[in-house]
Every structure is written in C-alpha cells, then in structure tokens.
Design a protein around this ligand. Structure first.
Ligand code: ADP
Ligand code: ZN
Length: 758
C-alpha cells in the first residue's frame, strides 16, 4: 500500500474514524452549523427525547433564526451552563452525515484554516435535500395510448401516430413512467411531441411521491477493445480497485493516448464491485465530450455536479449520492463534499489543472483534498494527466504515488511537430496579430481540406482601451484592472468583478469623440483578422462568455467533428478534452501571455496549457503541426515544447524550486487583508506585521499592496509566509492570527498553498 506524502494534506492516512462514532452525552449535543463560526455550539436535547446520534441533521435556534446543522462528535467544553442552552427544535428525517465525511470536513478545515462550519456548508449546499422530496410529476402511456401502439399498422387508430409519437409511447411502455423531458429524451424528440400526446389523451400525467429512480446503466458492459498499452495500464488500475485500500496512481499518458478509455476500466471495476465512483473534471465544457463517451460506454448518464446544475437536480443528486442510488458522479471540485454512501474510487482527470484550486471562501486545492478523502475512505484514487503537476511528479519521485504510463498515441497517431515563430523578426501591420508563417500554415491546412485551431487565452476584443488624444485608459471603477472590450456585447467589462458598461462615445477624461482605440488582441479581434484574411473559411469562436452553457459547447464541438467549420478560435476551453480528427494545425497566437505575471508556476502552467492545446493537433491519421508565436523563443519552456522534453523541463523546474525552497520543496501560505478603505487595510497589515512570527525555518514577506490592490472596491494587502517543509505552517498561522484583533470591516483570507499571487 502506498502512503500519502507526510507533507500532503493526507498525511495521517492511518487515522481511524472510530472516535467519530462515539455516543453523544445525554442531554447536551454539539451542533456544527454551516456558518463561518469557529466551533460547534452546544444545544439541549429536549427532556425525554432520544439523543440524536452524531451526524444527525438538526434544526436549532440561532439568535432569531432557525438553522439546520449537524450533530458533531467530540465532547462539549461544558462552559455554557445547561440552563442557558437552547433546545434542539427538530431532528430531520435524513440519514446522518457519515463519520468519514465528518472527519474529512474537520481535516479540510484544519488544513485550510477555514472554520469547520464553512467547510460543512460545502457538504450541505442544498438544504432542500435534507427534507423529504416533493412529489414528482411523471407521465405514462394511457390505455388509449397503449391501444394505439398495439393496433395493426393498417388500422385507422395507429395511422394517427407519427413516427416520433410512436417512439415516445414505446419509450414509456418499455421504460416506465418518467417526467416529460425524460420521455422526450428517450424518443429523441422535443417535449412538444409528448405534450401533444398528453393533449390527445394517449399519455397521462400524475404525481408520484419519493425520489426519482436510479439512472439505468450497464456497469458490466464491455468497453472498446483496448490497445496492448492501454490493456496493461488498465490492468494495473483495476488491480488497485480490486485490492481496495488507499493508493494513489498517476495515469501519465501523452495527449490522445486513450487515458479516458483506460480509466473507464477502473471505473467499471469499482461499479461492478458495487461501489460508487467520483470523477472530478476541471471544467464543464470539457465534460460534454466526456459525457458522450461515458454514455457510449455505460449506456447511462452519470450524475452531474457543478455550478450549472439547477437546484432541483442538485437536490435529487445529493439525495441519490447519500442513498447510493447514484453510482457515479462526475463533477467540479465541489463534488468532493458530496455525502457518498459507499465511495470506492476517485478519478481526478487533468489533475494539473489550475481550476481545481478554489480561490475564494474556503481556499482549497481539490486534487489534494481528493487524495485526503481517498485516504480517509481507504480507497484508491487515480490522477490523470498528460502534463502532471510538479507536485505530483515529485510525489512519484518520492515513491508516494505510483505511475502508470501510456507513452504513445492511440491507433498509431503521431504526436504533432512543434515549432516557434520568433515574433521579434516578424513585421506585422497595426491591429494584425498573425505572423506570416502561421498565415501560410493556415492557408495550406485549409487548402488540404483540414481544420485549424487558433488559440489565444484572452476573452473579448481587446484587453485595453485607450484614448488616442489624452492617453486615458479605461479602468474598472472598483478594481485595479483595465476594462476589456467585448465587441459582440458592445461593452467594456472587468474580468475581476463583473462590472460592465457600454463603450462610451467620447473619452470620459478629455471628452474627445472617436479617439478611443483598442490595444492588443482578444479572441474576438482575432476572429476579425481571420475573417479578413480567410474570407472563405467557416470560422467558429469557442469562448465561455459566447457559449450559453455546456450543451452549447458540446454542440460546437460536435459541429467541429462533423467538419461544419474549418477554423476554430478559442481560449483555454478549447485546450483540453476535445478530439477533432481532422484538426491538423494549432496556432498559438501569444504564447507569452501566461509568463507575464512571473509567479511561481508561470512556466509550468504555460508548458501544460500549450502542450495540451498543441495536443489537439493530428490526433487521427493526418499528422499535426503546432506553431507557437513568441517573443521569447529562447525561454526554457518554449524550447521544451519544441523538443517535446516534458521530463527535462520538469526536472529543471524542480531544481529551480528546490534551490529557492519553493513548493513542493518548501511551503507557502498567503494572507490577504482587505478593507473598505486603504487606511484600515494598512492599519490591519501593520498590526499583523507586529505580531508576525520570528521562528527558524519561516520567513514572513510583506505586508505589501496586492498586485490587484483594489478588488470590488476593497483595498488589499498581502503577506506571504514561506516555510521549510518540516514546519507546521498551520500551527504557526493559527497562533499568529489568534494574537491579533482586527477591525470590523477588515477581512482576512488565508490561502494555504496559494496558486494565485494577485
Ligand atoms: P487522452 O485522454 O489520452 O488525450 P482520449 O481518451 O481522448 O485520449 O483518446 C483519444 C481518442 O482515441 C479518442 O477519440 C478515443 O475515443 C480513441 N480511443 C481511445 N482508446 C480507444 C480504443 N481502445 N479503441 C478505439 N478508440 C479509442
Ligand atoms: Zn472590477
């Protein structure tokens, strides 16, 4: 069995959960509320009532409010005399939160230094799930409907049935009663067809109590025949699942090697063994093609959990996960806090993806916390990537994680060739961003009837709007940030706070008309250049703010596969997951964008992102080519991309981080102070600075104004704590912050293992 890194959140994997089952002292219970309070509160159990077991959901009074919380384990400090305690109002009829999840909540809170209640809130984000579900409206074929279906083809009755009406009725007859939308989905038609059948009396509606039935699915279905490489890798993953117990396996395979199909085998093994599975994906857009492949493999949709899922579906899913009706959940990082009944496997796809790091509220890294959850549940976890994070690579080197490799692309496809376009030598007309080699590449690709992808990781039309007359720059009124023009929407927008305003007709500073000019490219501006240069090309934009949701992203991806487009322009949402067989050219328009901030992981992230997006090229028979426009061709990351030398690049990165004591060789924690006015922020920063720890192995840097010095109108100051690996940073921070009282308007955000330094 592998053990977690002692310095990772999963550092005491052997901890038991027994203490989490101990009975509650009679008469008095501790209740953790889903609020940012430092500890559980004591309540009384009404006379004669049985003491609720730990994990029970209870409704309790809090001031003038009534709040649902969870009976927590551990002894009350008994400080508040019983006479002053308020009684529990009711115990909710929901199965208790399991010890494993309660322990996970405690551990995440301890690691992130967030109040346990704030972490609990993520585990009970849909309060409606704690109450019995309202009755559901379902439809079923009526007698008349069944008769119409059974009537011979030449009889008058059945002639009334159009093909789609027939399919709906057959679906209801064979699959049983279900909501209208589901009936339409089964038949592959619109809901209007079902409504028409209802109006005709061939389908009837009724209300039924209880939760919806589990999604059908054949967990034992065979997948695609695997290649020998995949087969060998799948065998090792399946062996981990069958062995049970905690283990971390990294599925490290080049882009297009068939990693998904390979870990599907592990998922199938866990499902067949009667366990639940959690798959974490970084972005919903990526989920679209994934869901289609899952459906192909298992004949069912997994339960989904992310911010786009509507409340009623969230309620159903939460309950289905708790009761075990949902066997597999695919979701964003918050799915980690679902109350699984019998979790048997966690898969983190694209484990290196920065979006696994939550930056607000409870700051946590979902990949790391997934490892913690697996260790507490004593189950295997698989981390999947073509470009594993340096943290993961170092854990492999330390023998904490095992690695399974897929070194080749599936079906003989070769990895694309990568070359650089040295932008220092290119002469571009103003407002043009595509250099000659890339333009030529696109021309050749289009002439060959193949597809091209242009990648620019910047939404909107232009990142800066400037007055030609007075030099005024359009800035967000509440952030230290330029406003980004979104030309399709006709607005200037702040990408930090969401502020937006129409593009003004005159400069707000000097009142000159027609002097505002866009500076620099965003994808919308690139689309303009493409339309001018390649008027015959069918072009699409894949950008989150221009797509209405995951479905629209999936439709666009499908249209791309169906070759309804020749050229795709996109931001990072095109970088991952997609498989476009006819896509042979990838052009990276500004490869240096991610290096600008110069933070700790800038080079690593740039490598990962550009390697991923390059990996979209040449995934089938036709070979792929990647052209990278850069002003820094000599940079190590650019050279590594050209040479395809990921491991060499990571080794150099690791050496540099080791030498500077940076993660994963040292620890970082950030402290962000914010206040309504700069003086309060400075005052709080000075108070914290005076109390800062002076201990061996620890350096406190700051306070300094944050690069984003004002965000949403709040003035921000930062400390960065840099510590040796052996230091218990959380203990130091807890002690430090415990010694300082801050003013009312001052907020303090703690970010352990920060990824953003803004
Ligand atoms: P990765 O996730 O490693 O980038 P994918 O899992 O997307 O790669 O696989 C690349 C392509 O190869 C996909 O279109 C997938 O359907 C196909 N593929 C993978 N494994 C098989 C297999 N065993 N048989 C047939 N097609 C496969
Ligand atoms: Zn703003």
């Amino acid at each position: 069995m592998s053990v977690a890194a002692p310095d990772s959140p999963a550092n005491s994997a052997a901890d038991g959960v027994e203490e989490y089952n101990c009975p509650v002292a009679a008469g008095r219970v501790r209740v953790l509320l889903p609020l940012p309070l430092p500890a559980p509160l004591d309540y009384l159990v009404p006379d004669g009532a049985a003491s609720p077991e730990p994990g029970s959901f209870v409704r309790v009074p809090l001031g003038s409010r009534r709040v649902v919380g969870v009976v927590w384990h551990g002894d009350s400090d008994g400080e508040v005399p019983a006479a002053r305690l308020k009684p529990v109002i009711e115990i909710l009829p929901t199965p208790p939160l399991r010890p494993e999840l309660r322990r996970f909540i405690d551990r995440v809170a301890a690691y992130t230094l967030a109040p346990a209640g704030a972490v609990l809130k993520m585990a009970m984000s849909v309060e409606a799930a704690l109450l019995p579900p309202p009755p559901r409206r379902v439809c079923a074929a009526t007698e008349a409907g069944l008769a119409a279906l059974a009537a011979p083809a030449e009889s008058g009755v059945s002639n009334k049935l159009t093909a789609s009406r027939r399919l709906v009725l057959e679906g209801l007859r064979d699959g049983g009663a279900c909501p209208v939308a589901e009936a339409a989905r089964r038949a592959g038609c619109g809901a209007g067809v079902v409504r028409g059948l209802i109006a005709a009396g061939l389908v009837g509606e009724r209300l039924v109590p209880g939760d919806p039935p589990p999604a059908p699915g054949n967990w034992l279905a065979d997948g695609l025949p695997l290649s020998p490489d995949q087969e060998a890798a799948a065998r090792r993953l399946v062996a981990r699942v069958e062995a049970g117990g905690f283990s971390v396996t990294v599925l490290d395979g080049v882009t297009g090697s068939g990693k998904t199909e390979t870990y599907f085998a592990a998922i199938a093994a866990a499902l067949a063994a009667g366990r639940q599975v959690l798959v974490l994906l970084p972005e919903i857009a990526l989920g679209a093609q994934w869901l289609a492949r899952f459906h192909e493999r298992f004949g069912a949709e997994p339960a989904q959990w992310h911010s786009d899922v509507a409340q009623p579906a969230r309620r159903d899913t939460w309950r289905a996960v708790a009761s075990g009706r949902a066997r597999i959940v695919v979701g964003a990082r918050s799915a980690l806090f679902l109350p699984f009944a019998e979790l048997g496997l966690i898969v983190v796809d694209e484990e290196h993806d920065p979006s696994f790091k939550q930056e607000d509220g409870v700051c946590y890294q979902a990949r790391d916390m997934a490892v913690l959850r697996a260790s507490l549940a004593r189950i295997p976890i698989v981390l999947v990537s073509a470009t594993p994070s340096l943290e993961t690579i170092v854990n492999i080197a330390r023998d904490r994680y095992q690695r399974v490799r897929l070194p080749r692309r599936h079906a003989e496809a070769a990895l694309p060739s990568v070359s650089l376009v040295d932008m220092r030598r290119e002469r571009l007309a103003p407002g043009r961003f595509l250099a000659a080699p890339l333009v030529e590449g696109i021309e050749r690709t289009l002439a060959a009837g193949e597809q091209a992808l242009l990648f620019l990781n910047r939404r909107g039309y232009a990142p800066l709007t400037l007055c030609r007359a007075c030099g005024h720059r359009m800035q967000c009124p509440s952030c230290t940030a330029w406003l980004v023009e979104h030309r399709f929407a006709g607005r200037l927008q702040c990408h930090h706070c969401g502020y937006g305003a129409p593009v003004p007709a005159v400069c707000p500073e000097c009142l000159a008309a027609g002097t505002l000019v866009p500076c620099g490219p965003g994808v919308e501006r690139l689309a303009e250049e493409v339309a001018a240069r390649f008027p015959g090309a069918r072009t699409a934009l894949m950008v989150s703010d221009l797509l209405s949701g995951p479905r629209a992203a999936a439709e666009l991806a499908a249209a791309m596969v169906a070759r309804q487009y020749d050229l795709l322009i996109g931001t990072q949402i095109v970088a991952k997951g997609h498989h476009f067989p006819m896509l042979t050219l990838v052009g990276v328009v500004d490869a240096d964008l991610g290096l600008a901030g110069g933070d700790l992981r800038a080079a690593e992230r740039t490598y990962q992102l550009l390697h991923q997006v390059g990996g979209r090229a040449g995934r089938a028979e036709r070979p792929g080519r990647v052209l990278i426009q850069t002003y820094m061709p000599e940079q190590a990351v650019m050279q590594a991309l050209v040479a395809g030398d990921r491991d060499g690049f990571l080794a150099a990165e690791a050496n540099a981080r080791r030498a500077s004591g940076m993660p994963p060789f040292g620890r970082l924690a950030a402290l962000i102070i914010s206040a309504d006015d700069p003086d309060s922020a400075d005052f709080a920063a000075r108070a914290l600075a005076r109390a800062a720890p002076h201990l061996p192995g620890i350096a406190v840097l700051g306070p300094a104004p944050a690069p984003l010095a004002i965000l949403r109108g709040r003035h921000r100051r930062r400390f960065l704590v840099k510590a040796e690996r052996s230091v218990d940073v959380q203990a130091v921070m807890r002690d430090w912050l415990g010694r300082v009282r801050l003013g009312g308007s001052v907020r303090l955000q703690i970010d352990i293992d920060p990824y953003s330094f803004l």
